[in-house]
Structures are given as C-alpha cells and as structure tokens.
Design a protein around this ligand. Structure first.
Ligand code: CA
Length: 436
C-alpha cells in the first residue's frame, strides 16, 4: 500500500491560494483525477487534476513544461485524455506523476508562471466519467445494512451464514453508470403488491439511493492468476463516491433466486474525481472484527490488512427536494457514517476475493462497496433503512415527508478524510436527481 512521503507533508501549501483554506476538499495533498472540459463546449475531454477550486488541464500543463523521459512516458496517456492507459502503467508511474504534480503546484515552484494559465475554475467545467468502466461489481460489505435489510426481507433469518466468510457481491451493469449531475428516470417494472397473486407493471413506487464507495481498478491481473492479499492494493488506483440507485419494489419481487437485476441496472452515479490510494495513505485504520466473529480465511488475511487495511472516510447523504430547490434551501443531511465502522471487508479483501477463482480485473473496472450504513439506525445509507421499509416516513425541516424518493428529488453524497497531523481531503460531490 502507498507510503507516506513528501506529497503528504501537512506543511505543504500551493501557489493556488484556494487550495490552502483548510476547508477545501482539494488541498495539494489530494490531487485527484477527473475527465472534463469547459461546460457547454464540444472540446475534447481532457484529464484534469483538482487543486483548490481550480482544475489543472494536464494536456496544456504537459505542453507548457519541461520533462524527463520517464515523466514524459508516464504523462503521455494523460495528455491523450486516456486515464485507463495511465492507470494501466501501474503504481511507479502513478507515484512519479503525483510527486511531479506536488512539486509543480507547491508554493515557490518555478513552474507557477507556465502552469497558472493551464488552470480552469472547476465551476466552469462539465465532467464525463473519469475513465472507461469495463466491468462493474457491487459488493455487500455493509454489515449493518445487510442485517437491517435482511430483517425487512427475511425477519427470521436476517444475515445468511455465508456473510461472515464470503465477501458477497454480484456483477452489475456498467453501461448505465453516469457521472455526478446525472438525471435518473424513474424505472418501470414488475412489482407484486402485498396480498396480491398477480404482478403489476408500472413506475417504481419505492425508489431509493444507496450510499457507497467505488474502488477503481488500475492494473489488470491475467486470467487465471489470482491476486494475493500482499499485492491487492497495488491493483487499485483510487476511490470515488457511488450512488447505487435502487427500485425496492422491483427488487423485492425479482431478487430471488439470482439476486438484483432490473432493480439496480437503470442507473448508478459516481463522483467525477478519483481520489487516489496514494492520497488516502494518511487515513488508514486497522481492520477489526467484532468479538466472537470468525476471522477471515487465510487467503483473505494478512498482517498488513489487520494493521492498516481500512481507510477512514466520513460519509454523508443529503437530500434536496424540488420544493427546497425552488425556494433556494440548501440540501439537508439525511445520514452520516464512516467506512471502517460500516464495512465487514476491506478494499484489499475485495480485490483478492474477486480474483481468487481466476477472474481477471482490468484497468477501469469499478468495485462498489455496498451500502455503507453505520451501526445506529440514524446512520443508515438508504431510505429503505431510514424509513424502516417505508413504514416510518422521515420529516424534513421544511415539513415535507419521505419514505422513498419523489420526482425532482436530488441526492448528494459527500466524503471527507481527516486525521491528526494530516491535511484533510475530500471527494467533492456525487449528485443525481430524479427526473420530473
Ligand atoms: Ca448496492
């Protein structure tokens, strides 16, 4: 896993002044990647790195500055706007570029004069997906979510016996993944109303979000060659926020025996900025199991994973209804949670388990964590849990009530890391709105 180095130095500041205010998600210690262009233009998508409220256009920056041969080779895919090809080059090149960007953007850098014209205000940008996502897997690592939802669907048997042994997941749909700002059409589908013997067809009535993180695979493993725990994190490039939109009424009728299908495949939204594993290095935490729970099988265990396998990311879900938007009210917080408290398995365990049978991961693959609900009911990462299966409406500060999402509702996910001795970093926003 990435080590602490000069790029994490809490004393480091940038000549981009908005990066130094202590509140920004994007201080010089973060340096996340996105694919963007000036909003409203048909310019080609370009790879950008966030710094404060600005974005550094890497194609312009690379053309403006001098480089060693090694830097030029590492930067070439970024100049082409191809983040997948950059990720596929591996951790040594990721580190080379991170160190170069950190030096170039630091206070006192001689590169300031040539790089300042390569900055664009983030508010002037529109984003695409940060990379081409070939395959999408959604795991189910949120044990509090799994237990609460299990009680709703199977009161007698909430947590199935495999849960403590196998990182549960399913292969999702990549084509309907969109970037923050996505508008989601309420899906149509089959539902079986309670007490009925014939399904109905029509618009989903129990539309929901799921608060998740998404792991972006950087380097591939060959088909038939599992990734051991010791190498798992070197295959991960970074982390995004992920909203796994869910049609609960469709899900309840279709999910047995093979799991989610149309209840999940109509839309998934991710945040535009990939926060790199390197940037997350100061925020590592131990992987622990509740007393009495089984320890992972040896192939899912390592000393490094036990010591620092978790990453402490504070997560938040906010809601803005159409009425709130029309009166200019800011989004209201629905819940907060933390990744290590919510998840039963670590990022490394997900990579190792995914590949243990020989499955090959590829650059740009997306691994969702599953809904990251905290241990208490108010920390739930979905409306299904917050409204207790739709039985207990939640009341918003303006008096509106929700069991599930209404047309015009906008859901915003946020994430933030902080630790003693480190400069806090964040993920920006992952927002999506229900059409209507
Ligand atoms: Ca999910």
């Amino acid at each position: 896993m990435p080590e602490l180095d000069a790029t994490h130095d809490a004393a480091l500041t940038s000549w981009v002044s908005s990066a130094n205010d202590g509140a920004t998600d994007f201080p010089i210690q973060n340096l996340p990647y996105a694919r963007a262009r000036r909003a409203g233009t048909d310019e080609p998508w370009r790879i950008m790195v966030a710094i404060g409220d600005q974005a550094l256009d890497l194609a312009a920056a690379v053309n403006a500055a001098e480089h060693t041969d090694a830097q030029a080779a590492a930067l070439a895919p970024l100049v082409r706007g191809d983040l997948n090809a950059f990720m596929a080059r591996g951790p040594a090149d990721w580190q080379l570029v991170r160190a170069s960007l950190s030096r170039a953007l630091a206070d006192g850098s001689p590169a300031e004069a040539v790089l300042a014209p390569c900055l664009i205000a983030q508010s002037a940008l529109e984003f695409s997906l940060p990379c081409a996502i070939g395959d999408y897997t959604d795991f189910y690592t949120g044990i509090h979510h799994a237990t609460t939802v299990g009680k709703l669907f199977r009161p007698d048997n909430p947590l199935l016996p495999n849960y403590q042994w196998v990182p549960i997941g399913y292969h999702g749909r990549a084509s309907s993944i969109g970037v923050s700002g996505q508008t989601v059409r309420r899906p149509l589908g089959q539902t079986m109303p309670p007490g009925s013997t014939t399904p109905q067809f029509g618009p989903c009535k129990r539309l929901d979000y799921e608060l998740e993180l998404g792991l972006i695979v950087g380097t591939a493993n060959a088909l038939g060659e599992p990734v051991p725990m010791a190498e798992a994190e070197s295959h991960l490039f970074g982390v995004v926020l992920l909203n796994d939109w869910s049609a609960r009424d469709l899900q309840a009728w279709e999910y047995q025996p093979l799991g989610p299908f149309l209840a999940k495949n109509f839309a998934t939204t991710v945040s535009p900025w990939i926060v790199t594993m390197a940037a997350l290095a100061p925020f590592r935490a131990p992987f622990t199991r509740p007393a009495g729970d089984p320890q992972p099988l040896p192939y899912l265990d390592s000393a490094a994973n036990r010591a620092t396998g978790a990453i402490d990311i504070a997560l938040e879900v906010l809601l803005e209804t159409a009425a709130m938007a029309s009166t200019g009210e800011p989004p209201v917080t629905l819940s907060t949670s933390r990744w290590p408290e919510a998840a039963y398995w670590t990022a490394a365990q997900l990579v190792t388990h995914h590949t243990v049978g020989g499955c090959n991961l590829q650059a740009g693959d997306l691994l969702g964590t599953g809904t990251l609900s905290g241990p208490t009911p108010d920390q739930a990462g979905s409306l299904l849990e917050l409204s207790m299966g739709g039985k207990a409406p939640i009341t918003l500060p303006n008096g509106e009530q929700r069991t599930f999402l209404a047309d015009g509702d906008r859901v915003v996910l946020r994430g933030r890391c902080s630790a003693a001795g480190a400069v806090g970093i964040g993920f920006g926003e992952c927002s999506g709105r229900i059409a209507g």
